[in-house]
Design a protein around this ligand. Sequence first.
Ligand code: CAA
Length: 260
Amino acid sequence: MAYENLLFEIRDGVGLITLNRPKALNALNSALLTELGHLLDEIAVNEEIRAVVITGSGDKAFAAGADISEMQPMTAMEGRKFSANGMNAITKLETIPQPTIAAVNGFALGGGCEVVLACDIRVASTKAKFGQPEVNLGVTPGFGATQRLPRLVGAGIAKELLLTGDVINAERAHQIGLANHVVEPEELLNKAFEIANKIASKGQLAVKMTKQGVNEGLNMDVERGLQYETELFALSFSTEDQKEGMAAFLEKRAAAFKGK
Ligand code: CAA
């Protein structure tokens, strides 16, 4: 499928998605969100892709939020549809089997920050800015921030960001656990790819099951989550990668994983 609002390429088993509406600071309109959902469906079933990096085009923004010019005239029902479309795409980002890494190159505000929140790992450039400024516009977040932000940084910090609409820099994002790493802008993609390539070199079934274990476990009580982990652990023993990974350790050589 051809995409008008996204760029996509595969580099050595790592998919690179670029949100691509630079004139509107990569604002997330319905067309972009629909395309993102389709692209993630394609990525999810593509075994060549072992990790995904997502960034924004241009040097100013990752994404400055949902598209305000598209939203301004909407009725409540249209707002619901807009939110559902965004939730669908962004939840796919969270749930595709491959690990995802946000490379935050500039403004990640509102819906842009919500895309970042749905990724597994976040790398920020020193120029990145994060915030949930929806209250400035008289709306609530609509792509997941009321749920994902408190789970990531704790309810107290999340509420302050959500209720004040404050925009924070990369250093503060790092302090609160919203950014895993902060690097110079020219190092941003290198750092994101360094992490992605490391993940891509591991046993892929184990990587996917581990992501699933964390995601599913966060929606369970601890007892059930621990039981779920035992089931995933048992399942990993049905893979060739487990035999190979452990044999390689015992034979003091690098493992040759096949993703089987
Ligand atoms: N939607 C639509 N267009 C946007 C946009 C957005 N979210 N953010 C920026 N743009 C457009 C601007 O309208 C402007 O277009 P024109 O050149 O045609 O006028 C262009 O991008 C450049 O933006 P600015 O001139 O404003 O750039 P700046 O450097 O002065 O300011 C900024 C940058 C602080 C990020 C500012 O653009 C801004 O505050 N943007 C809006 C941020 C925001 O409120 N995001 C939340 C949206 S609501 C949401 O996301 C809801 C949800 O959860 C689903």
